[in-house]
Design a protein around this ligand. Sequence first.
Ligand code: FAD
Length: 491
Amino acid sequence: MAENKDEVVVIGGGLVGSLAACLLAKRGYKVQLYEKRKDIRKNTLHTGKSINLALSNRARRALKIVDLEEDVLASTVHMKGRYIHEISGNDYFLPYDPVHKQNLYSINRNRLNSLLLTASEDKFNAEIFFEYELVNADLKKGILRFRNLQSHEIIEKTSKLIIGADGAHSSLRNVIQQQQRFSFSQKYIEHGYVELIIKPNKGKLLDMNAFHLWPRRTFLMIAIPNPDSSFTVTLFMSFDKFEKLHNSKLYLEFFEENFPDAINLLGINQIIEELPLKKPRYLVSIYCYPYHFEDKFVLIGDAAHAMVPFYGQGMNAGFEDCTILNQLLDLYNDDFAKVIENFTKVRNEDARSICDLAMYNYKEMSNYTLNKSFRLRKSLDEFLYSFMPDIWIPLYVSVTFSDMKYTKCIENKQWQDNIIRRMLWIVAFAKEHLHKDLNFWELIVSRDKAKFNMIGNDRIPYVRRPPLQELNTPYIQKTVGHGGSWISVWS
Ligand code: FAD
């Protein structure tokens, strides 16, 4: 651990707040963590959100900084890919990373949170105050007001750096929102979710090392493995549809019609007795700007950028926030004002991108995976990826298994889409015109607008991609003080 530095306050002892506490305490700060819930390590109550989470590269990288990667991975089940369960009873497997065989890791939320809380206290000497809720703050004076939920006493606290990691409904963000020039929007999607469980004896009927998916176009069900061979099942569906299924009979008919193979796995009692009593939970996406206020307050994790869970990136992105803060503290020699100002600059657009991608992935998981064209595109991606693993990186691989900026992941995908579109044009053109004695190869290598117009297209904007060496360089170096040059695929 580094020498003692200033006092830092973290609000919220969820996944991101407890990791931030570890990281800052490791840097030598005197960290005080305030959490409104009781200590989850003494209290087995489920917090409400998903029971387990898929952890991937970005989270692993952050855990490595506090030497917790191995401890965390020891509590996980690895998942090699998606197992798709069609309505017909057909199953097929789509690996996440057919080239490098990288995995996702399923972990219990409470287990991960407990591990981080314990590490922050025992390993890094952070102080945790449970059952203290932030109720108010005076931003100009830098004063936070917490209510002790046992005694109802209000205490005041001030500190050089205040980190709001208090989740999607952040109290700190609510206070900052009242300031001028703070932009905020939230979007509740029409879908909600309920969680079910496949018990260990039935879980053994499924592949333990896979993420199971039942896509049904307008709704979907997933199952994620737990170390005891059970699976946590989540049914995502529109609130309208949940409301229509208001009794046991309707739920059973719904399962018979849409998930016949899952009835045996879940057990009929769970479907007719427990499911109708469950209240679906909502899903929200949060966008705000900036992430900091003056030189003292900064929002991270869901407080800054909550997203729908369909890319499995909410926690991963929140952990990556911690990695970036750490890099900025290094870069600016712990000058908080510069660190948090640059945190907004470095992170805001990127976090928006992953929120958008998460929305998109709902369509991919529920709908596109059923389309032949999607599977064809995926096969083509895999084929090109296997031949050019450093050049042709499929979107899912770049988001999940690399630390490429989320915005770059999207640009990279657009670049690939454009190349494929051009290839298709060329094939279509060849079919139509080769026999007409045109110089086909001349067309392929030419940039000449007139020649493209011969096949009935307006000039296609040049497709750009980041230079290859940019793809795997550390996050901050890519972003700070380095504009990056661009190449055209045709050059
Ligand atoms: P939270 O986990 O919400 O923690 C916030 C903490 O702050 C809580 O402990 C809360 O009690 C505390 N708090 C709130 N208000 C106050 C206050 N006023 N004073 C003091 N304390 C306060 N992400 C993934 O990466 N992979 C996945 O597979 C995945 N699956 C998901 C599935 C579902 C169904 C959902 C809903 C989310 C999923 N996510 C996933 C997203 C992930 O759960 C969140 O991104 C992550 O929990 C964010 O962590 P956080 O610490 O920022 O917020």
